[in-house]
Write a new protein. Structure first.
Length: 396
C-alpha cells in the first residue's frame, strides 16, 4: 500500500524543468488550470543568474497577467533616461515618459517561484535531472527518484538538458550568442546613468545598467564571430572606468534570436531561453520567457483535457510561432543595423532621429511592434538603395 501511495505521489500532469520566469510561469498557469504540477531545478533559490535584468513594461504586464501580481517598487530602480554610446563615445542622451525598471534576477525569480509554489506546485529544488524516458513518459532524478509526466516542459535555459535530449545539443554553436557580465559595487539612484553601447562589439552591444546596490556591466554578441570577447569585455570595462581586477566576470550562452523552429516534440515542450526565445536586437528575454511558459502550460492543458498528451506540441507550435515572427523581424533589423553600407546610417539615426529613440522605448514597453519598425526601416532602406551606385563609386 505504501509503495502504491508513493507511486501516485510521483505522478504529475505536468513536470516543469527549470524554475526561472519561464518555468514558474508554466507551472503556475498549469496549476491554476487544475493540473497536478511539479517544478524542478538543479539549484536552490534564490540563486544568481547572469542577466542585465531590465524588466520592460511588456515583461511586467505579462507577469501581472500570469501571476496576478508584480513585485513592489522596493525591488526596482526606475530610470527614464538612456545614454546611447558608440565605441565608448556618447552620441545621444534621451529621456522618455516610460520607466525602465532594473532589478536582480536573484530576487525577482525567487519571488515568482514562491508564487508558483504557493499556488500548489510541488517543489523540487536542488535536484538534478539525470534521464528522460520518452517512451514511458518519465524522468529520472540523480537521487534515483522516478517522476511520471503527461507533459514535460523544458524551461531550463540556453544550455537546456531537455533541449539536449530532443536535439542532441541544446543550441547550434555556429549561431548562438554569448554574454559576459559583472556586478560592480555602486549604490545608484534614479538619476544614475544607464547606457547602451552599439559599437563596442559586432554584432552585439554593451550595457551599463544601474541597480539599487550595484551596476551591471556586460557585453553580448554572436559567439562564433567574437572569439576574443574576453578582450572586448576588458576594453569595455576600462571605458566604463571599472578596474577589471576589482570585479568578478562571468559568462553564459544566450540565444540572441537563435530560436528552435520546432521547440518540442509530442509531450515535450521548450519555453523561454531553452526554446531560444531572446530578442537578437534588444536582448529582451524575460517577457518571452513568461509568455512562452504560459503558452506551453495552456497547450499542455488542452492536450491533457482532451486525453491526448501526445498532441501537446501540436497545440503549442501555433502559439509560439507568434514569437518566432517577432524574432525573425528583429534579426532582419539587426542585420540592417550592423551591415555595410547602412552601419553609418544606423549611427546617424541614433544620434539625430527622435522617432528612433521613441520606438526603442515603445518596443521595450510593448507599445510598438517589430512590424511597425520594419516598415519604417524599409522605407529608409529603399531610399538608401536608390543611392547605392553612387556610394559604391566613391568607395572603390
Amino acid at each position: 500500500m505504501e509503495k502504491e501511495t508513493n507511486s501516485r505521489a510521483n505522478k504529475f500532469d505536468v513536470i516543469v524543468v527549470g524554475a526561472g520566469p519561464a518555468g514558474s510561469s508554466a507551472a503556475i498557469t498549469a496549476q491554476k488550470n487544475g493540473l497536478k504540477v511539479a517544478i524542478i531545478d538543479k539549484q536552490a533559490f534564490p540563486r544568481n543568474k547572469l542577466c542585465a535584468a531590465l524588466f520592460s513594461g511588456r515583461a511586467l504586464r505579462s507577469m501581472k497577467c500570469v501571476f496576478s501580481s508584480i513585485p513592489d517598487d522596493s525591488y526596482f530602480l526606475n530610470i527614464n533616461s538612456v545614454t546611447f554610446k558608440w565605441g565608448g563615445t556618447t552620441i545621444r542622451n534621451w529621456t522618455s515618459d516610460h520607466k525602465l525598471r532594473l532589478s536582480y534576477r536573484h530576487d525577482v525569480d525567487h519571488w515568482l517561484l514562491k508564487l508558483a509554489i504557493k499556488s500548489g506546485v510541488s517543489d523540487f529544488q536542488k535536484v538534478q535531472l539525470s534521464k528522460i524516458d520518452e517512451e514511458n513518459c518519465t524522468i529520472e532524478l540523480k537521487d534515483g527518484r522516478i517522476l511520471h509526466y503527461n507533459v514535460l516542459i523544458g524551461a531550463d535555459g540556453a544550455n537546456s538538458i531537455v533541449g539536449r535530449h530532443l536535439f542532441g545539443r541544446p543550441f547550434d554553436p555556429n549561431t548562438i550568442g554569448f554574454a559576459l557580465e559583472t556586478e560592480a559595487p555602486e549604490e545608484c539612484d534614479e538619476n544614475a546613468d544607464l547606457s547602451i553601447d552599439f559599437d563596442c562589439v559586432r554584432p552585439g552591444y554593451g550595457w551599463s545598467f544601474p541597480k539599487i546596490k550595484s551596476r551591471t556591466i556586460g557585453v553580448a554578441a554572436l559567439h562564433k564571430a567574437n572569439p576574443k570577447l574576453k578582450s572586448t569585455m576588458s576594453k569595455y570595462l576600462h571605458s566604463e572606468n571599472i578596474q577589471e581586477k576589482s570585479v568578478n566576470v562571468k559568462g553564459a550562452f544566450i540565444p540572441l534570436g537563435d530560436y528552435h523552429k520546432l521547440p518540442g516534440r509530442n509531450e515535450i515542450l521548450l519555453a523561454g531561453d531553452a526554446a531560444g526565445l531572446v530578442d537578437g536586437l534588444t536582448g529582451e528575454g524575460i517577457a518571452y520567457a513568461i509568455e512562452s511558459g504560459a503558452k506551453a502550460a495552456e497547450a499542455a492543458t488542452s492536450a491533457i483535457s482532451s486525453n491526448t498528451p501526445c498532441l501537446a506540441f501540436e497545440y503549442y507550435l501555433p502559439l509560439v510561432k507568434e514569437h518566432h515572427k517577432e524574432l525573425d523581424i528583429a534579426n532582419r533589423i539587426r542585420a540592417f543595423a550592423y551591415g555595410w553600407p547602412f552601419r553609418k546610417r544606423f549611427r546617424k539615426a541614433l544620434e539625430t532621429h527622435p522617432t528612433m529613440h521613441k520606438k526603442f522605448f515603445d518596443l521595450l514597453e510593448g507599445n510598438a511592434s517589430y512590424c511597425d519598425i520594419e516598415a519604417q526601416i524599409n522605407k529608409k532602406l529603399l531610399s538608401s538603395l536608390m543611392k547605392l551606385p553612387n556610394m559604391l563609386k566613391y568607395t572603390r
